[in-house]
Design a protein around this ligand. Structure first.
Ligand code: WT7
Length: 653
């Protein structure tokens, strides 16, 4: 927990409220508000009804097993195969339906049907089998947004093996640590990925990572750029060679509902990333049910989640949820502004996208680039808009609805986390009255509260800690290899209550307003990074004696990383060193973790007990009034830092 307590700066509520579009409820997936009460009366039964929408090989005997809480288990006794649910069961009725309209960044396109995807998954699953992957196997995936990425994930699921996808923007060190921690025996990667017109050298990074991860015996490489890459005979194999050499016949393994489907690493308040474990039956139930309800999914929808599969949003709402629902999706490889600021709207127009899901950071960028870009495109097919990753400010919310949603599309602001697996607090577009900046209320079957330090509910209108007070099917099951940390991180602050780590306020109508993280975790462009991770990367540099990192408010990215660094004696600090330090962080973690600003200072503000006062640094970074510093050991430092912070405010790339 941070030194600040909950950051309860309530967002300004501007008072506007938007009722659902007239008549929408009549044909909606959820059109009757009574659903909330029905689900609340029997939440487990409600989730059983959702789980029955999936195809089970063996029915469960116990819907929710709480005997070993907080290690909850869902649908025990049941078996199913996640890939069969995403592919096979659609073949008879909608095999020729498009699963993905895929757009490459250079402009190449593929339109992949469910039948084609099924065949590729079967072949690649057989290929993985020849590399020793079977039930309970572990595969790491380090790729950009190419079709081979979902193929690899689903192939693992088909075999009953678990995957961990490492975001293609992470460094070789980050990849190595995750592969090691996960216990991967196979890595699936690609030669290069395209990002904003550049080549990202994934295979080169993978080679460096593999040198430090002896447990990984095979490296499968998808060809994307076609440019030459280093090759280790006996270890490396081409994705397409393996695929072609393998049979398209591959029975799906019936797996226990509680079998690990994947782990995804996310930042915590201590240095080591946490491997969030998700299982099969409950996870797929949550991802598919929320995808259908929250976006009001219909048969003729074209759905686009403009996230990266390397994050949980892509797992749940590009791959597993939409495919389980038999949806047609757009999948885009590249950067949103490449080659022009029209890219997203061009794609949305081409496929007549009707549901769009993206992050406030992207929305604010488009807003900044100007209305002219979306305005020249026909976005009239859009009927539901989604937002995720961080609180969305009312200006961006209204711009999104007006410019992208033709002034009529409901905006569903969906609050959830890597840990929750699927959406938790969100409007239902046909029945919720929307308030820009509020995520509305917990979805049917979800129960969330806001409590104070004592664990008791705070009065309406007051800020406190957001907790979930009932288990839900897609919840994380543990942290990989660290049950104690799972209990300590999520279940110890308030026993029996899941601590989300966010501040929240519930208004008079029962609508939830998320207020940002309460711990030392930053949210940069909707991605979580811990201050400690970035600090460790800085201190790793030989010139650095000590470092403190905070997230400061940033108009575009939500938060930007502000670093304060004291150098070792005798080291001269200059612009070149600052650039070197930023690159050092990029090398150790990835470009996303590069501090936006670094202030070199002779000392850091500390409490008498030696704790760095992050709140104060945050205030300095946001150039707020410095507040009470009487508990400071070295008061003069603050003045000095404040002066520096104003001369060195922002060093974006
Ligand atoms: C944290 C989770 C969930 C997928 C993307 C991020 C923040 C997420 C919202 C929202 C306010 C939000 C929270 C949360 N967050 N969505 N709609 N409104 N805050 O996943 O990396 O696990 O981060 O993102 O702080 O705890 P993640």
């Amino acid at each position: 927990m941070g030194d600040t307590g909950p950051a309860i700066d309530a967002l300004q509520q501007r008072g506007e409220a938007y009722p659902p579009p007239a008549g929408m409820a009549t044909y909606a997936v959820v059109g009757d508000p009574a659903v909330y009460d029905r689900a609340a009366a029997d939440p487990v039964g409600w989730w059983e009804d959702q789980a029955r929408r999936l195809q089970w090989d063996t029915p469960w005997h116990t819907a929710l097993d709480e005997s070993d809480a907080p290690f909850y288990r869902w649908f025990t006794g049941g078996t199913l195969n996640v890939a069969a649910n995403c592919l096979d069961r659609h073949l008879a009725e909608r095999g020729d339906r498009i699963a993905f309209h895929w757009e490459g960044e250079p402009g190449d396109r593929l339109h992949i049907t469910y039948r084609e995807l099924h065949e590729r998954v079967c072949r690649f699953a057989n290929a993985l089998r020849t590399l020793g992957v079977g039930r309970g196997g572990r595969v790491a995936i380090y790729m950009g947004m190419i079709p081979e990425l979902p193929v690899a994930m689903l192939a693992c699921a088909r075999l009953g093996a678990a995957h961990t996808v490492v975001f293609g923007g992470f460094s070789s060190e980050a990849l190595r640590d995750r592969m090691e921690d996960f216990g991967a025996t196979v890595l699936v990667t690609q030669d290069h990925s395209f990002r904003a017109g550049k080549h990202v050298h994934l295979k080169d990074n993978a080679d460096v990572a593999l040198a430090g991860a002896p447990g990984v015996r095979h490296c499968v490489v998808a060809r994307r750029s076609g440019d030459p890459v280093e090759w280790t005979e006996g270890r490396d194999a081409w994705f397409h060679d393996l695929e072609q050499a393998s049979s398209p016949d591959c029975p799906a393994e019936p797996m226990d509902a509680e079998q690990m489907l994947f782990a995804l690493y996310t930042s915590g308040t201590t240095g080591k990333p946490k491997g969030i474990v998700h299982t099969s039956g409950g996870y797929l139930t949550g991802a598919s049910a929320t995808h259908r309800m929250v976006f009001d999914l219909r048969d003729d929808d074209v759905y686009w989640c403009a996230a990266d599969i390397g994050w949980v949003t892509g797992h749940s709402y590009i791959v597993y949820g939409p495919l389980a629902n038999g949806a047609t999706s757009v999948m885009y490889e590249g950067a949103p502004a490449f080659p022009s600021h029209s890219r997203m709207w061009e794609i949305a127009e081409r496929y007549r996208v009707s549901i769009l899901y993206t992050a406030p950071t992207a929305i604010r960028s488009y807003m900044k680039w100007g209305d002219s870009y979306p305005k020249v495109h026909d976005l009239s097919a859009i009927r539901v808009l989604g937002s995720v990753g961080e609180p969305i400010n009312p200006e961006a919310w209204e711009w999104y609805r007006d410019l992208i949603g033709s002034g009529t599309a409901p905006v569903v602001d969906t609050w959830w986390q890597t840990e929750t697996g699927s959406m938790m607090i969100s409007p239902l577009p046909a029945i919720s009255t929307l308030k820009p900046g509020s995520a509305s209320r917990p979805l049917p079957g979800i129960s969330a509260r806001v409590v104070g330090e004592d664990g008791l509910d705070v009065p309406r209108g007051e800020g406190g800690y957001l907790v979930i007070d009932r288990p839900w099917p897609s919840m994380l099951r543990t942290l990989l290899g660290d049950d104690d940390r799972y209990v300590a991180t999520y279940w110890s602050r308030f026993p029996g209550l899941y601590l989300a780590g966010d501040g929240c306020r519930v208004d008079e109508d029962g609508d939830y307003w998320l207020l940002g993280r309460i711990d030392d975790v930053m949210n940069v462009s909707g991605h979580r990074l811990s201050t400690i991770e970035v600090e460790s990367a800085l201190v790793d540099h030989h010139a650095v004696a000590e470092a403190a990192v905070v997230g400061r408010a940033d108009e575009l990215t939500g938060q930007a990383i502000a670093a304060f660094v004291t150098l070792r004696d005798g080291v001269v600090g200059d612009e070149a060193l600052i650039a070197e330090l930023r690159n050092h962080v990029a090398t150790l973690i990835g470009p996303i973790a590069k501090p936006a600003s670094i202030v070199l200072t002779a000392d850091l503000p500390k409490t008498r007990s030696g704790k760095i006062m992050r709140r104060l640094l945050r205030d300095v970074s946001e150039q707020r009034h410095l507040g009470d510093v009487t508990t400071l050991a070295n008061e003069e430092v603050v003045e000095e830092i404040a002066a520096m912070a104003t001369v060195n405010p922002h060093q974006e790339d």
